[in-house]
Design a protein around this ligand. Structure first.
Ligand SMILES: Cc1cc2nc3c(=O)[nH]c(=O)nc-3n(C[C@H](O)[C@H](O)[C@H](O)COP(=O)(O)O)c2cc1C
Length: 192
């Protein structure tokens, strides 16, 4: 089953390494026949949240928000790629996520966390899990933590660490299973 899975990246730093993980995962999803558009806050340049998408009168939201809303509504799952800033979620990620809510509902999410150091960003993944659940897109059980991302994946998104292929394959299998299950169930209706 071909799925639509936006890959939401959470760093806007000019020297960011997170783009490597996002490129790796979009390529892996596309190789499986899925659509995996990159949601890049550095390109979107959304200001710190003033109005959520739903707070704009219909048809008056800024173009990037209309585009994201249309994408999210036809999505089957969300893959969130997060760094760890001070043991938590980068502000660019929570700002990007906060613009929407109902558009996420009834879909699973998955967390790829990373860091330049040895812990792979797992301390950011824990608060992110609570945020994603609150937003109506609970995360799948597995994480994909990538320690020392700057050496594990090259700037084009090609892994240099052999374990990544195996881990990513298992992680994406699990995400696809939940995404397919919830897509089939959404077709028969949602509680609200
Ligand atoms: C504000 C800030 C806070 C950070 N806090 C942590 C941290 O708590 N744990 C950690 O392992 N690395 C931390 N780092 C290092 C990041 O792992 C490293 O800078 C990484 O490259 C960030 O991802 P990015 O380049 O995609 O933005 C921090 C980096 C920044 C800029």
């Amino acid at each position: 089953m071909s799925l639509t899975v936006p890959v939401i990246l959470g760093s806007v730093r000019s020297d960011r390494i997170g783009i490597r993980a996002a490129r790796f995962l979009t390529a892996r999803l596309e190789a499986r026949g899925h659509e995996a558009p990159l949601v890049d806050p550095a390109e979107l340049k959304l200001p710190l949240l003033d109005r959520m998408y739903k707070e704009y009168p219909a048809g008056t939201a800024p173009e990037p928000l209309e585009r994201l809303a249309a994408l999210y509504r036809r999505s089957d799952a969300f893959l969130v790629v997060t760094a760890e800033y001070n043991h938590s979620v980068p502000p660019a990620l929570s700002n990007t996520l906060d613009y929407f809510l109902e558009e996420y509902f009834w879909r699973p999410s998955a967390i790829c966390c990373y860091s330049a150091g040895q812990f792979g960003g797992v301390r950011a993944a824990m608060p992110l899990r609570a945020i994603l659940a609150e937003m109506g897109m609970p995360s799948i059980p597995s994480l994909l933590p990538i320690p020392r991302l700057q050496t594990a994946i090259d700037p084009e998104g090609t892994p240099t660490a052999p374990w990544l292929d195996t881990s990513a394959a298992r992680f994406l299998d699990e995400l696809a299973w939940y995404a397919e299950a919830l897509r089939e169930r959404r077709l028969r209706g949602t509680p609200y």
